[in-house]
Design a protein around this ligand. Sequence first.
Ligand code: ZN
Ligand code: ZN
Ligand code: FE
Length: 745
Amino acid sequence: MRPWLWNLAQRYRLTGWVSNDPQGVWLEVEGERGALDRFADAMQTEVPPLARLDAVEVTPIPLVGDLAFVIRPSSTHVGQRRTQVPPDVAPCADCLRELRDPSDRRYRYPFLNCTQCGPRFTLIESLPYDRPRTTMRHFAMCADCAAEYHNPQDRRFHAQPTACPRCGPQLELVANGHRLAEHDAALEAARQRLRAGQIVAIKGIGGFHLACDATQNEAVQRLRQRKRRGSKPFAVLLADVATARRWVEIDATAERLLTSRERPIVLLPRREPLADAVAPGQATLGVMLPYSPLHELLCEAMPPLVLTSGNLADEPIARSNEEALTALASLADAFLLHDREIRVRCEDSVVRCDGSWVQPIRRSRGYAPRMIRLPGPVRPTLAVGGDWKGTICLADGEEAWVSPHLGDWEHPQSVSAAEAMIDHLATLFSIEPQQVVCDRHPDYFSAQFAQRYAQQHGIALLRVQHHFAHALALQAEHRFPSDRPMLAVVFDGTGWGDDGTFWGGEWLGVQYGQYRRWGQLRPLLLPGGDAATRQIDRLALALLQRSGEAWSDDLPCVAATTPHERRLLAQLLHRGIGGAVSSSVGRWLDALASLIGIRQVVDFEAQAAMELEALADAHMPAEADFSATLGPNDTWIWDTTPIVRCLLAALRRGETRAQLAGRCQAELVRGTVAMCQRIREHWPFDDVGLSGGVFQNVWISQRLTQELTALGYRVWQHQQVPANDGGLSLGQAWATAYQHDSATR
Ligand code: ZN
Ligand code: ZN
Ligand code: FE
C-alpha cells in the first residue's frame, strides 16, 4: 500500500506521510481541496491488484505545513483493528519478462519477485509486514537491490522479499547426502534427473513437492509405491495454457483459474492420457501452471511433471531442508533445495470448475490467509474442524481466518503442525481464543486436541454437530442472515449424529442458530464398521438385504464375496449388530457403485463415487417411485428401495455401466428434490443450501441446482471454503455466535 500511496500523493502534489501499523495503513495528506478529493477517489478506484481496501475513514485535521510526502517507519504498536496478511501469489508479467531477458540482472533467477507478486504469507513471521520480520531478514540486500527498494519510482519500492542472484536465496542439489550442484547447475541437474525417470524433492513456496516425469509410467508407479499413495490421483505441472490444452479440456473459466495469481490445481476433463499411473480411473486430471519463477524454469521444455505434496500418505508436508532430507529420504532420489526459510506450511490449492460452476476442493496457497467476513460477531475463537482434510479457523468479531490445508489429524505430526499453525495465525492476527470449538465425535483426534487445549488455556469447549457445521460454513461464507430459514441439504461421508448413529444424508432446517433434522436418507447398517468403507461390496449386500432382494450370483457384488463371507455377513445383518448405522449418502453411493459393478474395494474415500461420476451417462432418466415415511422425531425418511429395484432390473436388462451410473445420479437428484418439496409442506423456506463432500460431484450439484431453481428455490453452494470437511472449521467458528453451549446438549 505505502509505495502506491506515495506515488498517488506525487500525482496530486500532496504533502504528508504514510505509515503502517498492525491496525492498518495511516496517512496524512495536505493539498488543494480538489486534489485531495481526486486523491481520495483514486484511492478507492485504483487499488493495486494485491491490495484490498476494507474501509476508508477520512478525518479533516488542521494544516501542518509538511513540505513533502514521506513514508514513515512502521509502528509495531498493537491496536484493535487488524492488517490482513496477503497470500502467496504467482509471478507477475513484469517479473516473468525479467526472468526471460538475458540482459536483465535477474535473468533466470528463480526467486525474483516485486510488490505485485511473490511469496508473502509463507515468509511473514510477524506484523507489521517489513523485511526484518520475514524470513528474508537473513539476506542483506546488495547495493542494486537496496537502490530499487528505496526508489519510490521503482516497481520494487518497499518490496519486502526482493532479491537478486547476488544477494538473495540460492538453489542447490543434494543426493545421497552430497551437495552435487548449485545455482543454475542445480536446476539443470534436477531437470536431467526428472527426464531420467528419477523422483526429485523440490522445495517450493509453502513446502516440498515430490516430482517425476508424468509420461513415464514406471517413475509414476514408483512414486506411488514410495509415497503409499494407493490409487489416489496425482496432479501435474504444465508450462502454459497452450501445453495444457493437449492434456485437458480448457474453457474460459478454467483458463482464468489456471492463470490466476492464486494459481491453484484445477481439475479438468482429460484429453490425451498421460502415464496410466497418474490418475487411474479418473475422468479428470488436476493441472497446475507454474506458481513461482522456480517452477517456470523447472518445466521449460519438459514433459508434464507429476507434482505431489512432499509427504508420506497424508502426513503434513515437509517444510525445512532438514525435515525434507530425513522425512523424504526414502521417497526422493535427489533434493532441489534453497535457503529461503518457509515460516508456515501452505500446500497447493485445488479447484474444480465446469462452465460457470466453480468450487474450492482444497483452499490453501494463493487463498489462505484471506479473511472471510462472518455474518455477525463472535468472541475470539479457535475452531479445529474435523479429522480429515483438516483446517483450523481463528475468528474474532466478524473476521475469520481459515488456515491452509493441514492434512489428516491421525498422524502425530499433524497435531504439531496444527499447533504451529494456531500459534502463527494467533500471533499474526493477535487473537487470544476465549473458546475452542470441535466436532461432537468423541473419538476425533481433533476433538481430543481441542479438549486438551481448552484445559491448558482454561477456556470453554464447545462441540458442534458435524452436518450443522457444514451448513453453517455455507451460511458464514455467504453472510446468510440467521433469521432466514434455510433447508441445508448435507450429503457427505459420515459424521457423528445426535442419536449416536452416523449421519451423512441430511435435510436440516436451519434458523436462528439452531437446526432441526427434517429429513434423512434411510440408514444402512455398515457391517463391520470401518471394513465396510473399504470393502464396499458389503454395503451393497446390506442394501440388497434391506430392500428384500436376494443375493443372487449374477450380481457383481455377490460374485465378489466368498460363501463364507456371505454367511458371516448374513448373521451380522440378521442380528443388526457388529456395525455402524449410517444415513450417509457417500456410503449409499459406494453401495450403488458396487451393485452396478463399478468396483468392489476402494482404497481412498470417495473413489467409487468419483468413478461413478466419471462413467455416468448424463442423459439417463430417474424412474423409481419416491417413497418417504415419517420416522421418530417427525423426521422424513427417504426409502431408496424402489431405486435398488429399478437398478437391478436395468442391470439384468443388460444396461451398460455408464447407463446404470447415470441412473444412480439421476435418482439421487430426483429424490433429493422430492424430499425438499415434502419438507416444505411442513416448514416454509425458500433457500436451499448444498454442503458436504458429495457436492463436489459437478453433475449432481448442477442438476440439483437447476431443478430446485426451476421450482422457485434459491440455491446456495460453496465458493470460498470447500464443501468437504475442509470447510468445517469455519462453520464451527460461526456456530459460536449463537452462544449455545453444545457441550451440554
Ligand atoms: Zn512481480
Ligand atoms: Zn540484490
Ligand atoms: Fe463431513
